[in-house]
Write a protein that binds this ligand. Sequence first.
Ligand code: MN
Ligand code: FE
Length: 331
Amino acid sequence: MGIINSSKTDPNKILPMTYNWAREYYKAGVANNWTPEEVSMQKDVECWKSTSMLSETERRLIIWNLGFFSTAESLTANNLVLAVYQHITNPEARQYLLRQAYEEAIHTDTFIYCCDTLGLDPDEIYNMYNTIPSIEAKDNYVVELTKSVFDPHFSTDGEANIRKFVHDLIGYYVIMEGIFFYAGFAMILALKRQGKMIGIGEQFEYIMRDESLHLAFGCDLIKTIRSENLGIWTPDFQAEIVEMVREAVIHEQNYARDACPQGLLGINSEQFSQYVEYVADRRLRRLDLPKIYNRENPFPWMSQATDLAKEKNFFETRVTEYQVGASLNWD
Ligand code: MN
Ligand code: FE
């Protein structure tokens, strides 16, 4: 038995189930189904074309975020399917991974839709992970962090390898999806609050709702592996994770300053950095590690839309009111 390395269970035999929580994530994901075309981009096109509605600062942060997310979503999808999936042998956990992979495809599609409707140059947007150093640094950091599982000879046999696997899961779920997405989320939602690029804003709300489930699933997955392999959670390993988070925060802060050097109406650029620290502390707590920054949330309005106090409670935010009717009758 076990969520990994359970050679005794047939990966095709989903019933009876061991990890009902994984099944719950699957159902929550299905209930949240959405597609980018459901969101009108008409106002965004007007806003983008007008010469007076957006400042240079605002245009820059929109382009930077489209540039980062357009390739980051695809990077996460590839990590999931090519590296994580094969090592999670439990069938109900795999069922959720398949759902998550589909959501990553939806997110990738969202950025195609945004580029198309705004008439952006795909060569510019889809090359920013090469041309913009602060974006390149984030992507390289994640690729570096998740290297072990990408090795074709990697297996999760033995404690040292399980520790490597958990290390890479933290890189993927907690650093990439849990920290590197959040300065961008805050910037785009700050714009939306000012009535600017509200279509993209709404798309980001849907993506955040999905990502909050991905992150929560990832943390529960990590917790389960830990509880089944108690020896991996050594003081050295915990210290290593804290160091990873610290370094990730610096990358995300560099990115935030680069994407939005002047700040926005009512927000100075330092507040994005503070927000990243606040978010990082929450991620550390999720992993049962102590906080390191002790920041107040500079954007209390973000908790309405994304913040993971809502993790168990995500049905309260506005966009979550939209759900596919049939999915509500599953039980
Ligand atoms: Mn995603
Ligand atoms: Fe995700």
